[in-house]
Ligand binder design. Sequence first.
Ligand code: GLA
Length: 386
Amino acid sequence: MNRRELLMDRARSAYRDAFGAEPTRLVAAPGRVNLIGEHCDYNDGLVLPCAIDRETVIAIGESSSAEISTVAADFGFERDAFGINQTITPAGEDWKNHVRGVAHMLRQRGIELRPAQIAISGDVPIGAGLSSSASLGVAAALALTMHSNAALTATELALVAQRSENDFVGCACGIMDQLASAASTAGSATLIDCRTLDYRAVPIADSLAIVIIDSGVRRTLTESPFNTRRAECEAAARHYGVAALRDLSRADLDENRQNLDETLFRRARHVVTEIERVRQAEAAIAGADLPALAQLMQDSHRSLRDDFEVSIPQIDRLVDMVGDTIGERGGVRMTGAGFGGCVVAVTDADVAPEVIARVETGYNAAADANARAAVYAAASGAGPVG
Ligand code: GLA
């Protein structure tokens, strides 16, 4: 069995064990890695993530009670149930809230939910910055929508999952993760304009490999300064009198700075320069322009480290070591919200084994750490499976 078949098998058997019946359908939604464009989505900017070959699989089927009953194979086969005719409220554990929140938001959109039984199984590492939450949210939105005989576009599914995170789970995330999970194309990154929600596939040159290095340092966004960063960006946008930092040019940044304090200025500078880097990275990734990619990803990392202040020493060390190995044969930077999690390298495919060896021997021995590196494929977005 391949990776996906194993997940499907696990979801099906969790379903059988919990509910004594067979599911009627299976759906999957991937995690994502952001190649460049960090902390730009909630500033209405541009981002360039790609879906990865790690995902959440949901098995869903009929229920005879007026409830949605859920079992999570990866959380000790824990169960949850909530009535579909009552107000849906948060339940405590995070995984439960992702399903409840999505059900609540679907109902708010006017979708009449049908009773359902759900089994969840996934292999997106949790808390690593690869969007396990978004993949669960999008998978739940797709499963419940299809089960209720409704149809939503990829963008609508992503919005449902994002609102669930924002207003139910309590994380002020932008739209990037959910839209990457819902709308990506295999073999491509997805360039998203987070203001208009327009997106397009940017084919990743065949000669390139995506290497993800998991530092092993875990965090949850609701407990990290993520929401503070978002508030700082909004305060900076108010200072400049723009709807969002996306509307600022580099020239505006300095010309209209006036009495803006140093911290908010640096937050704004990160966002403005990062959006410019996304525009340039599109061509570099499609055309395998490795020296350009090396520079853009290095600048992105430094900006996140120094101006946005969301990196940590272990991640900086990994980025330095891997950067040293790659040279100009690709780029490397922290990825995701920060405060731990993963580093992403986009390199000439021939360089990937060197990167993996450097991390798993050099870095781990020197730092007494347990970082893991592997090549990932750019996967397609959410859909039915099996
Ligand atoms: C998290 C959020 C995203 C985005 C990134 C940072 O993954 O969920 O919306 O803001 O951080 O780029």
